[in-house]
Design a protein around this ligand. Sequence first.
Ligand code: CO8
Length: 258
Amino acid sequence: MAFDNLITEKRDGIGVITLNRPKVLNALNSALMRELGEALTAFEGDDDVAVMVITGSEKAFAAGADISEMQSKGFADVYKEDFITSEWEQILRCRKPVIAAVSGYALGGGCELAMMCDFILAADSAKFGQPEIKIGAIPGSGGTQRLTRFVGKSKAMEMCLTGRMMDADEAERSGLVSRVVPADQLLDEAMKTAGQIAGLSRMAVSMCKESVNRSYETTLSEGVLFERRVFHSVFATEDQKEGMAAFVEKRAPQWRNR
Ligand code: CO8
């Protein structure tokens, strides 16, 4: 796959997508987001890929939606093209896990993009924020909603109302990121974590992802019921038979992804 604004690579069952507009700190313009959607769709349909990693540069994961591209749009333009939902949310349609590996700035749409991934691994240099308020706007792709669920109302409200950035330690303390690693080890750590997941049953991984995500959409009792039904369903898979047999026989499982 050749793109103008991304670099993609496939390695050991992992599809890596590197946002690549370094001159503008990976500002997310519509061309980049269209390409990101295409790359995710291609990896999603590729049997050689089990897990995806989205990353940026050392200085920026992404410094937000491209302000130069947005500045002259009017209400009718953004309303008619339903600016930002469809293309930008392609990531939410992936059934394979998607990991965000964030170094440097993840601001505005960059922070929102990271939060749409299944989890965020952060370099110690990472800085998260929703600074749209400083340019007379508000977050437009889930920032007010997802950030609030990650870090709670008080912190999310302060960040969205002031536009202040959160460093990697605060992000880890607040539950926004799963782990912080030294900047020079970020991609290696992301690949290692992705590799662990890629070595598991794809059926189980996908069903597990679906169950965790359900917790965001429903009540606790409905979510637990959903989980139990999915848990029951794993007993219909060959991988559950294989995984449990391998444990009992003290050998490595041979996943069939069925
Ligand atoms: N859009 C366009 N260009 C940008 C952006 C951006 N978001 N961010 C940085 N750039 C450009 C700069 O204009 C500059 O270009 P040039 O060299 O031609 O002048 C270049 O990148 C380097 O930037 P700086 O010189 O400013 O670098 P600094 O290290 O001094 O500062 C900052 C880095 C703090 C990140 C600063 O660039 C900044 O504040 N950027 C804007 C951050 C921002 O406001 N982001 C929110 C944008 S609005 C948004 O995201 C709405 C989300 C809607 C939904 C999206 C769905 C996913």
